[in-house]
Design a binder for this molecule. Structure first.
Ligand SMILES: *Cc1c(COP(=O)(O)O)cnc(C)c1O
Length: 487
């Protein structure tokens, strides 16, 4: 007897219509990126559009072209702005047309890059090897592409803990350790390190957040004194986190000194170089950042100062053995075979927390092949030169004040007027930032330095030109003066 069931799939019934839509989407996105220079950097989301985000799950479908229309109406125009040349808020990469297309190709292939004998596994490994070259790590070093710097830092801190505490911590847990673990970093260290230490069960009270000097670098005397105090108190120091590019001001800790202290007290040296470590590629930072090569682990984001679209970060380890010993596990359902699909490279599940992983390596592979690493070096250098330019505009303007030393690609400044106290200046500068964004002019972000509200420019944008910084400065002063008049 023959019976029919109504078998469905998510493939289109009409491939030619799908193809037409796909072309349309690509064309629209190329227009979008090509014209982004003339668009506002940001616009507020209207209430009625926000309401559309509240509708409940669609029970039945509608034609793709209608859904796509809604995307163009309600989603695309309300972008965050980090694709725009005048965006320098937080530390957010710009992305590129090539890398975006690579993400589309990766998504269409839909490779799960964890296990198996397939090309994406090898490209992922190749990109990790390229990352080693960038950081001056040896070929024998180990690494992992992660969703970002937070996950990469967490991965590194776990390996540091397991290696320095006692490998059995992995199986017996922290309660089995004789001594309480303590870790060191400066007060300027990124919050993801704090979170990571909390998740690792070490607890944030066991992070010694060391004072910084006027240049926001970790104070080495305080650091070393604290280590000695902790040892005397019967605690076990295990790691120092060195910053290459603090998030507030871009400060770079003294890597050589920290390496020395790590050697002396037998500590793991971890470098959080989420954006700053990439400055290693340009001549003027080569020497200063050379010692990244001596770190036990280093983290950097390719979605920040390598201009890749979200998400992609990287962690590297000198010791592949230590890296693998923290994560390797072989459950019955992930057995490796001699031949066939389940052969192939070591499962990436043995190197990190995540099992399923996307083919995020492809965007790096394509971009590096198309542009060559020298182009990225030039772009990073260009950003640094543009920050120099902005600095000269700020220091030569009587109504602007530089708030911190500029050592990398982060510049903090504020509108200033004689006779105003810090509280008034804080109010005005906050208004300036919000107004710049609301008027679609530019998107810096802000931070507090010594209690003062500062306008913060963190520059990882390959689309910015000098003129965009001219506009920023002009408009900060314009809005500041207007605020003074109304206050
Ligand atoms: C951005 C950043 C992080 C976190 O990285 P994500 O990719 O956002 O998870 C960590 N440290 C520093 C210094 C950063 O700038």
């Amino acid at each position: 007897m023959k019976y029919t069931i109504n078998e469905e799939s998510l493939d289109p019934k009409d491939w030619s219509e799908m193809r037409r839509m796909a072309h349309l989407m690509v064309d629209d996105m190329m227009d979008f990126l090509q014209n982004i220079y003339d668009q506002p950097v940001w616009k507020p989301i209207p209430e009625n559009v926000k309401q559309s985000y509240e509708s409940s799950i669609p029970k039945e479908g509608q034609p793709l072209h209608e859904v796509y229309e809604e995307f163009k109406q309600n989603i695309l125009p309300y972008y965050k702005g980090n694709i725009h040349p005048s965006f320098w808020a937080w530390v957010q990469g710009t992305g590129s047309p090539t890398a975006g297309m690579a993400d589309m190709l990766a998504s269409m292939m839909n490779s799960n890059v964890t296990i198996g004998e397939h090309a994406a596994m090898y490209i992922d490994a190749q990109v990790v090897n390229w990352c080693k070259e960038i950081m001056g790590f040896s070929r024998e070093a180990s690494g992992l592409l992660t969703s970002g710097g937070s996950m990469a830092n967490f991965t590194a801190l776990t390996v540091a803990r397991n290696t320095l505490a006692n490998r059995s911590v992995r199986y017996k847990g922290l309660k089995n350790l004789e001594k309480q673990l303590v870790i060191y970093c400066s007060k300027e260290t990124h919050s993801c390190v704090i979170k990571g230490i909390e998740v690792l069960g070490i607890g944030s009270e066991n992070i010694r957040r060391i004072e910084v000097d006027d240049d926001y670098m970790i104070n080495l005397t305080v650091l070393e004194n604290q280590i000695q105090l902790d040892i005397q108190a019967g605690l076990q120091p295990f790691c120092i986190v060195a910053n290459v590019g603090t998030v507030n001001t871009g400060a770079i800790d003294d890597l050589d000194a920290i390496r020395g202290i790590c050697n002396q007290y037998d500590l793991w040296m971890h470098v959080d170089g989420a954006f700053g470590a990439l400055a290693k590629l340009v001549p003027r930072y080569k020497n200063q950042l050379k010692s990244i090569e001596q770190a036990d682990s280093v983290v950097f984001d390719l979605h920040k100062w390598m201009y890749m679209p979200y998400e992609i970060g990287c962690v590297l380890f000198q010791s592949g053995e230590a890296h693998r010993a923290t994560y390797a596990i072989e459950p019955d359902y992930l057995l490796k075979h001699e031949r066939g699909l389940a052969a192939g490279p070591d499962s990436l599940n043995n190197f990190g927390l995540e099992l399923s992983r996307g083919f995020k390596a492809l965007k790096v592979w394509m971009s590096f092949k198309e542009s060559g690493i020298h182009k990225f070096e030039r772009l990073i250098d260009q950003n640094l030169q543009q920050i120099d330019y902005l600095k000269s505009l700020v220091i030569h303007h009587p109504q602007l004040e530089l708030c911190a030393p500029v050592v990398l690609n982060v510049l903090c400044f504020r509108f200033y007027m004689d006779g105003m106290d810090n509280e008034q200046l804080n109010t005005i500068n906050k208004e300036i930032v919000m107004t710049l964004q609301e008027q679609g002019i530019a998107s810096p972000s802000s931070t507090l330095l010594k209690g003062n509200y500062c306008i913060r420019v963190a520059h990882v944008n390959h689309r910015s030109r000098k003129e965009h910084f001219d506009v920023l400065v002009e408009e900060v002063v314009r809005i500041g003066r207007e605020m003074v008049l109304v206050s």
